[in-house]
Design a protein around this ligand. Structure first.
Ligand code: ARG
Length: 460
């Protein structure tokens, strides 16, 4: 009796059959739908094609593919890029969809594409490339927001206002000083959105391969900053995704703080700024209302971003090393957070660019005499009075409700102070705060120069 050889069957005809060559039949329809990731993967098509093209070029350079084979594969990939591709959930993910389409375009030669790589490598690379693109987009948008802040700061160089701590009036500051505080925080955010790109392509699922490949070359062709050191780590590592979502969450927190400040400032109680009609929303009941809904949503959506960070970290926690399908769930948080953060930045940019600064209201608020208590303390310190003693002397006046401007000149003189009505002007007070990073005009001008330089560097 002759035994039929099990090793000489025909090659599988399609990409999906390739995936299930060892299976007795197709998956249960619901299961196929349940495991598919095409909904998120449509954002990764471009990255997937870039990765595949670099992989083909590397295989050719290593002599694994002939020049003709590589050319046909590359032409097919290029055609998919040019035409676009609607991902079919029946083919699970972007990787299998591309392979299937390539097969349609160039025939069975498409099966060569997956030599010496795995979908585990591919998805790790695609998400890294996607994150890199998002970082660039977010930094460009942030540069517009920080430019808007710097431009307003410049235009408002002479605008004064009360500075707050605990949301209580504290000391006079320049309006520019406050805007530049937000500029500084957002500049740190931009810095955090700059991660090295490490290529995981060539990890070959977990253990490397016997095929003579050159993952360093693939990394180089992709313009990556480096290549993985351990194949198993390459497919497990989602640190970059966590770092990205964290950077976005913290950025969203800063945007929510800026939004809250603008919301307060445009309330009737503060009336420090006005928002134009086109950035406000009406009430269905009260015709007079002009609500800062867009800023409220910036404030509110920071919650989503923080939630996605927790989502992502919780997905990663406790995973055994190596690719696990749980990692598929790290993609949606990245996509959602990137979209939300970008939109929130753009709202803030419009608000900062178009707000009207109520200079006179701000000046009036800064005229509150109690804001000058620290100036008086510092004048005493300059006379050699120990700080705590000076603090007690001025605190005593406050306790007895004595307005500073009504203390007779001779009583100030007895303390060695020359106090004039100018002492209680915001300009005088602000001009005195000359220490590093202070609100004095010269210090604010320095901050502005730094702000402009950071911006030039980031967009170049
Ligand atoms: N679709 C998967 C994801 O999005 C990538 C492929 C996973 N690899 C595997 N052997 N199931 O993460």
């Amino acid at each position: 009796m002759t035994r039929k050889s099990t090793c000489s069957g025909p090659p599988p005809a399609t990409a999906t059959q390739t995936l299930r060559a060892a299976f007795s039949g197709p998956p249960e329809a619901f299961i196929a739908h349940f495991v598919a990731s095409v909904e998120t993967d449509r954002h990764l098509l471009e990255a997937d094609l870039r990765g595949s093209a670099a992989h083909v070029a590397m295989l050719e350079a290593c002599g694994v593919l002939s020049a003709e084979q590589a050319a046909r594969l590359l032409a097919g990939l290029e055609q998919i890029r040019a035409e676009g591709l609607t991902l079919d959930p029946a083919y699970e993910d972007v990787h299998m969809n591309v392979e299937r389409r390539l097969e349609e375009l160039i025939g069975p030669e498409a099966h060569l594409l997956h030599t010496a790589r795995s979908r585990n490598d591919q998805v790790a690379l695609d998400l890294r490339l996607y994150v890199r693109d998002c970082e660039t987009k977010l930094r460009v948008a942030l540069a517009e927001l920080t430019t808007a802040l710097a431009t307003q700061a410049e235009a408002c160089a002479d605008v004064v206002m009360p500075g707050y701590t605990h949301l209580q009036r504290a000391q006079p500051v320049s309006f520019a000083h406050v805007l530049l505080a937000y500029h500084a925080a957002l500049t740190r955010d931009a810095e955090r959105l700059r991660q090295p790109l490490i290529s995981p392509l060539g990890a070959c699922a977990l253990a490397g391969t016997a095929v003579p490949i050159n993952p360093q070359l693939t990394a180089q062709l992709l313009g990556a900053d480096g290549v993985f050191t351990n194949a198993l780590d390459a497919v497990t590592d989602r640190d970059f995704a966590a770092a990205f979502v964290f950077a976005c969450a913290l950025l969203a927190v800063h945007l929510s703080q800026l939004a809250e400040t603008l919301i307060l400032w445009c309330s009737q109680e503060f009336n420090f700024i006005r928002l134009p009609d086109e950035l406000t929303t009406g009430s269905s009941v009260m015709p007079q209302k002009k609500n800062p809904d867009c800023l409220e949503l910036v404030r509110g959506r920071a919650g989503q971003c923080i939630g996605e960070l927790v989502n992502l970290l919780t997905t990663l926690k406790g995973l055994p090393v190596g690719y696990n399908r749980d990692l598929q769930e790290t993609k949606p948080p990245v996509v959602r957070v990137a979209d939300t953060t970008l939109a929130s930045i753009n709202v803030c940019t419009l608000a900062v660019q178009r707000m009207t600064v109520q200079r006179e209201v701000l000046r009036q608020a800064a005229a509150d005499e109690r804001l000058y208590a620290t100036d008086l303390v510092e004048k005493l310190v300059a006379q050699g009075v120990p700080f705590r003693t000076a603090y007690a002397i001025i605190g005593n006046l406050v306790r007895h409700g004595v307005p500073f401007s009504q203390v007779p000149t001779n009583e100030w003189a007895a303390l060695g102070l020359r106090v004039t009505p100018e002492t209680f002007t915001p300009e005088q007070s602000i001009a005195s705060r000359v220490s590093h990073g202070g609100t004095a005009p010269a210090r604010v001008a320095e901050q502005l120069t730094i702000a402009r330089a950071v911006h030039r560097e980031d967009v170049s």
